[in-house]
Design a protein around this ligand. Sequence first.
Ligand SMILES: NC(=O)c1ccc[n+]([C@@H]2O[C@H](COP(=O)([O-])OP(=O)(O)OC[C@H]3O[C@@H](n4cnc5c(N)ncnc54)[C@H](OP(=O)(O)O)[C@@H]3O)[C@@H](O)[C@H]2O)c1
Length: 272
Amino acid sequence: MVLEKLSLEGKVAIVTGGGTGLGKAICLAMARAGADVVAAARRVELIEETAAEVRELGRRALAIPTDVTDSRQVNQMVERTLAELGKIDILVNNAGIVRGDLPRPIWDISDDDWRLGIDTNLSGAFYCSRAVAPHLVAQKSGKVINVASGWGLRGGRHNYMYCCAKGGVIQLTRSLALSLAGDNVQVNAIAPGLFATAALETPEMREFFADRGRFIPVGRIGSPDEIGPLAVFLASSASDYITAEVFIIDGGGLAGGYAPTGYAPVIPIKED
Ligand SMILES: NC(=O)c1ccc[n+]([C@@H]2O[C@H](COP(=O)([O-])OP(=O)(O)OC[C@H]3O[C@@H](n4cnc5c(N)ncnc54)[C@H](OP(=O)(O)O)[C@@H]3O)[C@@H](O)[C@H]2O)c1
C-alpha cells in the first residue's frame, strides 16, 4: 500500500535542466518510479543522453531543447509534450544558474547580470508553471516541484541574483500552492544544500567541496542521486496532503552547520 502510493506508473513528468546534475538524477528517479519523462534544457546532446537513459529503463522520453528564460520556447515545449505524450502530471522546475554567478559587490552588477540571474532562476519557473498549470487544473490532479536552495532562505554576502531568485521561487511555491489547492494540485519546493554536481569536475573544486563537507553536520556534501527519492515522493500520491512546503535536503546545514554567508567561521572547529 505504501509503496504503491509512491509509484509514478502512467504519469508524465517534465524536468527542466534535465540534462545534468540534480535534474538528470530527478529524471532517472522518476523513470525508475514509473514515469515517462521530458528533459528540457538548452544543451541538446545532454538532454538526449538523459532521454536515452530513461528509455533504457523502459519508459517513454522526450528531449526538448528549451531556454526557460524565453516564454515562447517554454509554451512550445509544453505543447509538444501534450502532443506526443498526451498529458502532463508533474512539473519539476529545476533549471538554474548554480555557480556561474560569482559573488560581486552590488555596484559591479549590471542590468543584464541581474536580468539573467532572475530570469533563469525565477522567471523560468514562473513561465513553466504558467504554461503547465491550466492542464493540471483541467485534469484535477498534478504536482509542481520547484528546486530552490538554502540560499533562498538565508542571505549571502555579495550574492544578489541567486538569493533573490531562490527566495522568489519559495514564494512562487506558496502562492501557486494556495491558488491550485482546490484543484487537487500540490506545489512544493525542495531546497538543496551543497550537492556534488558539475562544479566538482576539477581537482581544485573537488578539494574545495571536500573541505566544505567538514562544515556540514553529517560530514559530507550531498550526492545527486540522494535528491531523487524526495522528488519522487513529492511527485507521488503519497504526498497528496502536503502543499506549499519547503523541503530542505542539506545534511543538517541550515540547522546550524555550513554557513556560506561570505564570512569565515568565528569559532574554530574542534577536531575529535
Ligand atoms: N548543486 C547544488 O549544490 C545545489 C544547491 C542548491 C540548489 N541547487 C539547484 O539545483 C538546480 C540544479 O542544479 P545542479 O547543481 O544540478 O547544476 P547544473 O548541473 O549546472 O544544472 C543546471 C541545469 O539548468 C539548466 N539551465 C540553465 N539555464 C537554463 C536555461 N536558460 N534554460 C533551460 N535550462 C537551463 C542547465 O542546462 P543547459 O545549460 O543545457 O540549459 C543545467 O542542466 C538549480 O536550480 C540549482 O540552483 C543546486
